[in-house]
Design a protein around this ligand. Structure first.
Ligand code: SAH
Length: 197
């Protein structure tokens, strides 16, 4: 089989997204069974979720299926595909770690569940939002695996909207729920990138 570099990048992206969903699916099912006690779902948060889904699933998925918008294509490079693959699969691995660590405390939006406890171990010992770190790695991986400007920007903008529309409200909700424990946790961790931000 003689695949073009671009097709290799696309295939890796598809495999990565499938792996991502294999990780997520059981948590979606389980989470439905745990009662929600606080709900801070807002229009802006939902908007961020839709933007991230569009930028990281719909736009790249449509591109892989149809090649549109072809005018924004650029030449695929082996180094970009290799780094993209590493970033994407690191992201899926981290995504799995965060789900395992959050367990029944996981929620797709801003919610506190019955018997919610503050998770601060594993990847949560380094940053407060390691799942969002995994989304950032995924958006960067997408930009390198799929050689198209529109697709690359869609993923990065989708991630940025989800993260920046949500993070302050999420931390506010955690502070309201866990008080000084979360304040102390904030004092010893960064948000997204260990030691940096
Ligand atoms: N921002 C985190 C979690 C994303 S899932 C991350 O990026 O890894 C979103 C839900 O996780 C929120 O609604 C909140 O209920 C819960 N959550 C966020 N941080 C948490 C923590 N440190 N411990 C327990 N639950 C947390």
């Amino acid at each position: 089989m003689n695949m073009s570099l671009a097709a290799i990048g696309e295939t890796i992206w598809v495999l990565g997204v499938v792996a991502w969903y294999v990780v997520r699916y059981p948590f979606e099912r389980r989470a439905k069974r745990v009662r929600v006690v606080t709900n801070r779902r807002s229009f802006l948060d939902m908007f961020g979720l839709v933007a991230a889904s569009l930028g990281m699933a719909v736009v790249p998925g449509f591109y892989v299926a149809t090649g549109i918008p072809q005018a924004a294509d650029y030449a695929a490079r082996a180094w970009a595909i290799a780094i993209g693959a590493i970033l994407f699969f690191t992201a899926v691995w981290l995504f799995r770690r965060t789900h395992k660590e959050l367990g029944k405390n996981w929620s797709i939006t801003l919610e506190i569940r019955d018997k919610h406890h503050l998770v601060s171990g594993g990847p949560y010992a380094l940053v407060r939002h390691p799942m969002y770190t995994s989304f950032l790695l995924m958006a960067l991986g997408q930009a390198l695996l799929l050689s198209n400007w529109v697709v690359a920007l869609a993923g990065l903008i989708g991630f940025a909207l989800l993260f920046f529309l949500r993070v302050d409200k999420e931390e506010r909700m955690m502070l309201d729920t866990f008080g000084t424990s979360y304040r102390e946790y904030m004092d010893r961790t960064k948000r997204l990138i260990p030691y940096i931000y």
